[in-house]
Design a protein. Structure first.
Length: 185
């Protein structure tokens, strides 16, 4: 089962530039789990590195977040296709994913499809804006939970098992490499 989840995560990462077709719920949730684990591993590395050598060093975490967000956008577009919606709806998630202002009114760097929960204690418009990433997170969860739509056929066939696709992709790469016999002759 873990191999299947890992293969689905790799399948979603390999399709970082594929905005057509559909993505199953299994691929979506495998990607969520895999990206969460990748981010946690990057944070542990950064924290250990910053404690030993450089304070406030979080370069690996930033790179991981940027790369995962690129793949996440493509995955959500394919997931929207699977539930029968146009991929253009991902723009709503992107707009809601920005944390527009912090409690003291400065622009913050809170961007991500999987945003953190944040609330402003002083209320007002700033409190509303800081709540927007939480709405994006809830919408992403709903997108991940909805079953395939009846109108989804226009976006392609029912998504195949991503674990089988990832295995087939690795088999293709192995077949592209020349064997030792071919290389020596």
């Amino acid at each position: 089962m873990l191999k299947s989840i890992f293969n689905c995560f790799l399948h979603a990462l390999n399709a970082w530039d594929d905005y057509s077709g559909r993505a199953s719920r299994k691929e979506f949730w495998s990607y969520v789990l895999g990206s969460l684990l990748a981010f946690i591993a990057a944070m542990i590395f950064d924290l250990a590195f910053s404690m030993l050598l450089f304070p406030d060093y979080f370069a690996l975490s930033i790179v991981v977040v940027v790369l995962l967000n690129i793949a996440t956008i493509a995955l959500i577009v394919r997931r929207l296709h699977d539930i029968g919606l146009s991929g253009i709806w991902v723009l709503i998630l992107l707009a809601l994913s920005f944390e527009y202002a912090s409690a003291d009114g400065r622009l913050t760097a809170g961007f991500g499809i999987w945003p953190h929960f944040s609330f402003s204690m002083n209320g007002g418009a700033q409190g509303l804006w800081s709540f927007m990433p939480s709405i994006a997170l809830l919408l992403a969860i709903v997108i991940g939970l909805l079953p395939s739509g009846k109108k989804a056929e226009r976006y392609g066939d029912q998504p195949a098992d991503c674990a089988a696709d990832a295995h087939a992709l690795s088999d293709e790469k192995e077949n592209d490499e020349p064997s030792e016999k071919e290389a020596t002759s």
